[in-house]
Design a protein around this ligand. Structure first.
Ligand code: UT7
Length: 345
């Protein structure tokens, strides 16, 4: 079930001449603090901050026109602008999401139309919180074939539509926020840049830890079966916590090993934001400086497929992520899924 590859193979096809040419992101207008949540459910700022590190998040308003498609379009527009490109120069578009506005059309088709990309290949990919990292690896592999020169890779989710913002849903709803992020990948003659190593994994045997049932028969555990929970995130927090704390370091180790690099040789670790404690545990395990492993969960919560590109965009715009550096993208999530992507910028 894993894209296992012999240790040397990633190295053999590294530095393929693909560059991250631009980044963009977007969040909904409505900012919801822990104090706001205290007004609608039995929770406290102290509980949320201590257990997760989250202080606020942004929540979309579908009636005001905010949705996965709108956030994805906004993020994509900013990424194109920062790359100095127009929509009609994009020849491949992949959007990672588990919350498209509708089952069909895909978010990708809507964005491709809105940016004026023309009849290019455009499709959505669902790997939950690992989606954006899966999408980067997938798009990179497609670009290696030489047919695609300019690709938009997007991660977007409006997960709060599946959250119950009452006391009975407090164990999950306080964790999540909505956002979109994007990057432009471009084929380049500069073969000193590109993907150094990647990995993608899944384990459906762990699906029961995190899922969204769409009917009564979908509940993995009959103890969870409750009509109020249909269409809501069902999560066994401690199970996911354990999975994440053990998987994260292994994923970092495996990716470094495939690239033949030490942990210190990587300039930035851009990780899915699900819990500040999980990130801190991984950082301490490798003895990394705080400045190398970025955290923004305090301001945005867990934004599912958007969390990795959101940080990438913020850190790039802040001038911290720069050409010449090495950046490792890491994520894990429902499925279960986990993935990494290590780039020489
Ligand atoms: O993208 C992947 C998505 N998910 C994750 O990565 C989540 C991973 N898991 C976690 O981060 C943690 O398991 C949580 C933060 C979700 C929960 O932390 P925990 O320390 O595992 O708490 P718990 O679920 O064991 O609950 C402890 C207590 C319970 O009360 P009792 O039974 O001890 O009296 C809960 O009812 O905290 C209570 N509780 C809350 N109290 C105030 C649960 N949610 C809340 C809340 N406010 N929002």
């Amino acid at each position: 079930m894993s894209s296992e590859q012999p240790a040397g193979s990633a190295r053999a096809r590294s530095l393929s001449g693909v560059v991250i040419a631009g980044t963009g992101s977007a969040v909904p207008g409505r900012r919801v603090t822990n104090a706001d949540l205290e007004k609608v459910m039995d929770t406290s700022d102290e509980w949320i901050v201590q257990r997760t590190g989250i202080r606020e998040r942004h929540i979309h308003d579908r009636d005001a026109g905010e949705s996965s498609a709108s956030l994805a379009t906004e993020a994509a527009g900013r990424a194109l602008e920062s790359a100095g490109l127009a929509g009609d120069q994009v020849d491949l578009l992949v959007c990672a999401t588990m919350t498209p506005d509708m089952p069909t059309p895909s978010v990708s088709c809507i964005v491709a139309d809105r940016i004026g990309a023309g009849p290019i290949p455009a499709f959505d990919l669902n790997a939950a919180c690992s989606g954006f990292v899966y999408a980067m690896n997938t798009v990179h592999a497609l670009m290696l074939g030489g047919r695609y020169k300019t690709a938009l890779v997007i991660g977007v989710d409006c997960i709060t539509q599946h959250c119950d913002f009452s006391t009975s849903g407090r164990a999950t709803s306080v964790l999540f926020g909505d956002a979109g992020g994007a990057c432009v990948l471009r084929a380049s003659d500069d073969a000193s840049k590109g993907l150094l190593a990647e990995s993608m994994h899944s384990d459906g045997a762990g699906a029961q830890h995190l899922y969204i049932p769409s009917r009564a028969g979908d509940f993995y555990d009959q103890d969870d079966s409750d009509a109020q929970k249909i269409n809501r995130v069902v999560m066994h927090g401690p199970g996911i916590f354990k999975f994440a704390v053990s998987t994260f370091p292994r994923l970092i180790e495996q990716t470094l090993d495939r690239a033949g690099l030490s942990a210190d040789a990587v300039d930035h670790y851009i990780c899915h934001q699900s819990n500040a404690r999980i990130l801190a545990a991984a950082r301490e395990r490798f003895g990394l400086a705080e400045s190398k492993m970025h955290v923004n969960i305090d301001r945005f919560g867990n934004t599912v497929a958007a969390s990795v590109p959101l940080i990438l965009d913020h850190q790039t715009r802040a001038g911290r992520v720069q050409p010449g550096q090495k950046v490792m993208f890491l994520a894990f999530g429902a499925g279960l899924t986990w993935a990494s992507s290590l780039w020489q910028l």
